[in-house]
Design a protein around this ligand. Structure first.
Ligand SMILES: [Fe+2]
Length: 274
């Protein structure tokens, strides 16, 4: 009974025919869907982890909805700082906003609990979890003390020593304290920064994926240094969960790297000396 799910983030979809930062983000999302259809059609579900629409227009959400209709697996969604919650709910339906008033969700599957948190806050670029969400999170964690938990949200809570550290979740203390009430947090997965990273912080594992939009060069601990926007990779994460192991793989569905050979057939391993 192995859990498998795909995380996409930072889709930045525009109304059909319009570009974002020179990129056709709708076409890039189509590439991501192709990868799921070809290689992950057996996954349990797909999560879209925010920045779904670049400018939050209803037409962009309509276009997004049309594109993801081709996904062969269920879709779960939360929002990022580029999203506009009223426009999203207008297109996708009010049921996506739960009792917290935000687009949070809990999924119980194959011995795991997955918790989606909506860290977007109108008018802000950094991430915020409101008190009602933190109460909700603590309650959902308390219900699942016997199971491993994976949290997915848009904003990274941990600093990454890069320029965008000033737009992460700037006040994460209560979030961390809530997570620490649970004995088995397997991953906290975010997008937002448009780069791939892994970290351990307060004894918890944090991951970011580069997502579907441009990625960025970074200059470690040089917040004033210029950074380059790079048109690839288009990247999604593939999360695999067994009772004792949780693995995050990164699939670059747009990478620009040529294949230089194939590894096929049985492995040839030198026998260890007696
Ligand atoms: Fe983004």
């Amino acid at each position: 009974m192995t859990l498998k799910f795909v995380v996409m983030s930072d889709l930045h979809v525009m109304p059909k025919g319009e570009l974002s930062m020179t990129l056709d983000t709708g076409a890039r999302l189509e590439e991501a869907i192709n990868a799921v259809v070809e290689r992950y059609a057996d996954a349990d579900f797909c999560i879209l982890a925010g920045d779904l629409a670049d400018l939050g227009q209803p037409e962009a959400y309509e276009y997004l909805k049309a594109i993801i209709a081709r996904l062969p697996i269920p879709v779960h969604i939360t929002l990022g700082n580029h999203d506009r919650r009223p426009a999203f709910l207008e297109v996708f339906g009010d049921d996506f906003a739960i009792e917290t008033g935000k687009v949070d969700k809990v999924i119980d599957i194959k011995g795991y609990r997955i918790i989606l948190l909506d860290s977007s806050e109108p008018g802000r670029v950094d991430g915020v979890l409101e008190a009602v969400q933190l109460d909700w999170l603590r309650a959902r964690l308390a219900e699942a003390m016997d199971r491993p938990v994976i949290v997915v949200l848009h904003h990274n809570a941990n600093a990454l020593h890069i320029r965008s550290d000033d737009i992460r979740m700037l006040e994460p203390a209560d979030f961390i304290a809530a997570l620490k009430t649970h004995p088995d947090i397997r991953q906290v997965i975010a997008g937002h920064v448009h780069i791939t990273s892994t970290a351990s912080w307060h004894g918890l594992p944090f991951t970011t994926l580069a997502g579907g939009h441009y990625s960025v060069s970074f200059n470690v601990d040089q917040p004033e240094a210029p950074i380059r926007r790079i048109d690839g990779p288009g990247q999604m994460a593939v999360v695999i969960g067994t009772p004792d192991r949780t693995t995050v793989l990164f699939e670059d569905f747009i990478d620009g790297n040529a294949t230089i050979g194939m590894i096929e057939g049985p492995r040839v391993v030198r026998q260890a000396a007696e």
